[in-house]
Design a protein around this ligand. Sequence first.
Ligand code: PLP
Length: 441
Amino acid sequence: MALSPEALQSWWMPFTANRYFKAHPRLIVEAQGAYYTLADGRRVFDCLSGMWCTPLGHAHPGVVQAVQRQVQKLDFSPTFQIGHPDAFELAARIAALAGREQDRVFFVNSGSEAVDTALKVAIAYHRARGEATRTRLIGRERAYHGVGLGGLSVGGIGANRKMFTSLMPSGIDHLPHTYSPRDMAFTRGQPDWGKHLADELERLVALHDASTIAAVIVEPVQGSTGVIVPPRGYLERLREICTRHGILLIFDEVITGLGRLGRPFAAQYFGVRPDLITFAKAITNGVVPMGGVLVSADIYEAFMTGPPHAIEFFHGHTYSGHPLAVAAAHASLDALTGEGLIERAAALAPLLERAAHGLRGEPHVIDIRNIGLTAAVELAPYTGQPGVVALQVFERALSEGLLVRYAGDVIELAPPFISTEQQIESMIEALRRCLRAVPAA
Ligand SMILES: Cc1ncc(COP(=O)(O)O)c(C=O)c1O
């Protein structure tokens, strides 16, 4: 099934080179398990689990049936001043999975909304406690926190930010990113170099004074800019500094949440307890949009003042806690926990590490990184043409039976947790053939 140029005209596609795409359309028409089917009938292995969304693989029967049942039973329900039982149960389940039973969950519909919600909670929390001067937010270079104005502001990708400076609030600062190829290229797992970069937070505290700073937000592993793995001790050190200065620490776990590192949340993997955790994507296996923020009980309690009939937090979305998303999330959690898939991700991680690092020495490859069930292969860019070598690998990979995703010149890999060992090995061997086939600059 090919669409005419006219048929492709109207959709202004997100984060896409629209003119290139419409000249070279690539259409997905079906998905089952770890594979997509393209419009020309080819089956391709889903190397990035959708966009980090589908650890269970596509069309998981439990999720499909749960959504089908739910749409017949309760298709929509308002959630302002009224609720539906399954959403309360889901919130408790997520908190328990994170090992934070007392915490509260605020539901939204995407990662971007989760981030903006977390930032608003942080600022409003300090104000509720009488520290209204704590409004400054600190993000990090190379961070991706979605496209809301809060997430853009604390994010650290120049191309995303440059058009919108006028819309960004003042009072935002950034920590340096932790990627240094000279000090960590080809590291397996967490690099030993770089913990000291957390001390940059002390510098920002000295510059602005802790009394002006509300929160620090970081992705525990920077996903969208190419699987940047935190140096050993770095997140722990950030936690210490935040605690010492009364600054909230937010982990943006939109990618790492729900098992990608082989533990339910990266916070558990690293043994660091942030005050807030954002999640999205895998919570519903990507089937219905949903995101959320896990909020420490003491933060929630700080809002619970004033007359009991008064709204405590003026924030929410029409679709917060949407019944279809809630049903998909319950079924996804049933599968993740009931089928032992988080443990499976942990068990497959060493295999992915070994296989991915086996690409060292192949043409174009200048770094390989990995943690949990994710890895990245960084390629030397063609001179003056960033992104083109990765685009060529992407195109070539389609004919090798792989759907890879690339960010800049980094090929990112995050296969579904249901993948077999053989599928992971085949994915890497197919990628090897692509690297060899793509011409030198
Ligand atoms: C860490 C992180 N935060 C936020 C987002 C934004 O999520 P969404 O695209 O669902 O708005 C993403 C998306 O990839 C992400 O990786």
